[in-house]
Design a protein around this ligand. Sequence first.
Ligand code: TEU
Ligand code: CA
Length: 560
Amino acid sequence: MKKTWWKEAVVYQIYPRSFQDSNGDGIGDLQGILAKLDYLKDLGIDVIWLSPIYKSPNDDNGYDISDYYDIMDEFGTMEDFDRLLAEVHNRGMKLIMDLVVNHTSDEHPWFIESRSSKDNAKRDYYIWRHGKEGKEPNNWESFFSGSVWEYDETTDEYYLHLFSKKQPDLNWENPAVIDEIHKMVKWWLDKGIDGFRVDAINHIGKADGLPDDPHPEENFWTVGYRYFANLPKVHKQIRSLHQEVLSRYDIMTVGETSGVGPTEALLYVEEGREEFNMVFQFEHMSIDSGPGGKWDVRPWSLLDLKSVMGKWQKELYGRGWNALYFNNHDQPRAVSRFGDDAKYWKESAKLLATYIHTLCGTPYVYQGEEIGMTNVAFDTIDAYRDVEILNMYKEKAVEQGQDAKTVMHSIYAKGRDNSRTPMQWDAGLQAGFTTGTPWIQVNPNYTRINVKQQLQDSDSILAYYRQLIRLRKQHEVMVYGDYQLILADHPEIYAYTRTFGDAHLLVVLNFFAGTPVFQLPAQLELRSFKLLISNYPEDSATNIETFTLRPYEARVYAYE
Ligand code: TEU
Ligand code: CA
């Protein structure tokens, strides 16, 4: 197995809008991030991933770009960025940007020109079609509710947008678009950034002819979705970007590719494919969703998590590489979703972190997860900001007349704003995020959950993350070790070993509030063992053959 820096790294994702405001306008910014670099260095972070900071009208908080070559006004200037990059490098850390090229903002000059007339040079930078019998060109559904088509009066045609109507999809069949993207990516890499997280890249290829989905009544995620997700044609474009640009730099790349299983993911990440180093898959993010998708909230089972993640660990081992995460700006907070953000808040936050950091792959820490930030439940829809939430609420509660309380509960469980409330730095005004009025309300539990309090508590979640990350640097078996599941059928205990040469780890995780008894399988022989980390005080009487686990208890042993 080839050893590289991006396999050994821990990545920290910053959602700049909610991280730290330096000028009191209630919006996070680059100077705010600069002020927190030592905090990240002290945590042990190697790579920082910035969600988009380019010029944007912020319909989707930066994922709608209107100028790839400049910084959005709210976040500061290009000089601020250059200084931030230099200071990140001065601390021995790296910085990767979010590359959003499936679509632009409708306020990008390319789109303004494209929509101006049917015969202008940039018309085919985007995907325009005539209506069909006075309706949209086909029946595909947008991720942000409604049709993927928006009618444009000027030229009496529709343009395609998989996301919001202010995010028109670029036409990746057009060589001029590909040239523009390659040029822009090279420009940023020549500035010295260390790679990219590549947004929604699995959607850049659409089915030839843009055909109707013949079964719109069926499950969107298995039928319609397949007309614009992970089509074979996307690999040609990604490989071209790799060969023409990415391959010329010592960088890391992580593609965002929802809808793939490990076999399909290998088409993106297998060594030799010359596409991405790793991808964010979503299979473990749907174990609590029904056939209706993310808003169809269902209970999840540990056996599902074991089978999904076990597949990824086994199939990519030695062939590709996993990106390991439970949290990001699109997902609800894991401690509320898969842990217990009430009685066993601290224990379960540490348990979930232990899991992500002891699998084989690169762990991603999303801002606030390192202090156990939780979901939020605002009283009214007016407190929410996310375009996906607002569109869904309008479609379900207003237009379809679904029960508003039920819709709000699905937002409380799965809404993206759960992870977009301001970072909780201290128990002071607005959690120390801003001296002004935050663009979105702070989670009221900031007085109890904040960085300042946890920096002073050696038993805090923050201290535990620092310890976990440090362990990773001391034990390469945590990075490169082969994953072997044990106790496969246990409904509460998730246990596995990691092996790399003669280094071994035994990881034992109790994912619930019960007190199950761990039985070491007969085939496992531990001549000697040492507890490396746990979220409980060490039980000195431990008989490694069998011991009772405490609620949400995590133990990691090194053994021979
Ligand atoms: O998310 C894209 C994304 O999540 C889809 O690829 C996925 O298939 C769908 O949501 C179902 O899970 C990225 C960004 O992370 C997100 O914040 C943006 O809103 C979106 O792209 C558009 O840029
Ligand atoms: Ca600001």
